[in-house]
Design a protein around this ligand. Structure first.
Ligand code: NAD
Length: 212
C-alpha cells in the first residue's frame, strides 16, 4: 500500500470497497451513493465517507461517487489491478464448473477464455469462449500469465506449450506429475490429498482421545 497517511483500519477496508465497486461496474452501475455502498459492504456510510475523504474530493453531495473513477483510484492506492487474464485448459466437468463459477473477477481477474482438444467442448460456455487447442498460440490473451489446468491427457506437452506462450503460473488439478522451467510456479489443487490429510488428522485425534 502506498499512502502512508491513511489509517491502517481504513487501508484494510479499501479492498472491500474495491471488490464491491468492481461488482457494481460489472453490472453497469456508474454512480453509487455511500448509503448504497454501505448496504453492499456492511460498513456505516459515515465510515465510508471518512475513508474516501483520504483519497481527495471524490463525491458531490446528493450525486454520489463515480464508480469507474473510484476503482481507478483504489487500484492505484492498493498498488495492484485485479485484471489478470486467466485461461483454462480442459473444458470438461471440472473445467466447466470453474468457468461457470468465474466470480473471482472482482478480486483477481477472470477466466478470459478456455481451450479443449474436443471440438464438442468448444464454443461459448457460461459466457466464456472455449477454443480448439490448436488455436492456443493465436487466441491466448495478450499478457496472460496464469493457466488453470483441468485436462486428462498429454499434460507435459500441454504445459510445455503453455510455458512457450508465456504462462508463468499454473493452477494444477490434474493429479499428474509434470516439469516446468525455473520461473514458472505450480499450485496443486487436490481434493483427494486434502481428504487423505483429513483422515490422517482425524485418526490421530481419535487415537489421542482413546488414550485419555
Ligand atoms: N484435483 C482434484 O481434486 C481433481 C478432482 C477431480 C478431477 N481431477 C482431475 O481433473 C482433470 C479433469 O477432470 P474432469 O472430471 O473434468 O475430466 P473430463 O474428462 O470431464 O474433462 C477433461 C477435459 O479436458 C480435455 N482435454 C484432455 N486432454 C487435453 C489436452 N491435452 N489439451 C486440451 N484439452 C484436453 C478433454 O477433452 C475434456 O474436455 C482430470 O485430470 C482429473 O483427474 C482433479
Amino acid at each position: 500500500m502506498r499512502n502512508i497517511d491513511v489509517p491502517k483500519a481504513t487501508l484494510h477496508r479499501y479492498p472491500i470497497y474495491l471488490k464491491a465497486l468492481r461488482r457494481l461496474q460489472k453490472n453497469g452501475v456508474e454512480r453509487v451513493m455511500s448509503k448504497e455502498l454501505a448496504n453492499l459492504v456492511d460498513i456505516e456510510p459515515t465510515t465510508i465517507r471518512r475513508d474516501f475523504s483520504f483519497l481527495g474530493n471524490l463525491g458531490k453531495q446528493g450525486y454520489g461517487y463515480d464508480v469507474d473513477r473510484l476503482i481507478e483510484i483504489f487500484n492505484a492506492q492498493l498498488g495492484v489491478d485485479f485484471d489478470e487474464k486467466i485461461i483454462l485448459v480442459g473444458a470438461g466437468n471440472l473445467g466447466r464448473a470453474l468457468i461457470n463459477y468465474n466470480k473471482w473477477d472482482y478480486v483477481v481477474g477472470e477466466i478470459a477464455c478456455a481451450f479443449d482438444v474436443d471440438p464438442d467442448k468448444c464454443g461459448e460456455k457460461f459466457g466464456v469462449e472455449v477454443y480448439p487447442m490448436e488455436q492456443l498460440e493465436q487466441k491466448i490473451p495478450d499478457g496472460c500469465r496464469i493457466a488453470i489446468l483441468t485436462i486428462s491427457h498429454d499434460v507435459q506437452e500441454t504445459v510445455d506449450r503453455l510455458v512457450a506462450c508465456g504462462i508463468k503460473g499454473i493452477v494444477d488439478f490434474t493429479h499428474q506429475h509434470f516439469k516446468v522451467p525455473k520461473g514458472v510456479v505450480i499450485k496443486v489443487v487436490d481434493v483427494v490429498s486434502s481428504i487423505q490429510e483429513l483422515v490422517f488428522q482425524t485418526n490421530s485425534f481419535d487415537e489421542k482421545t482413546k488414550k485419555q
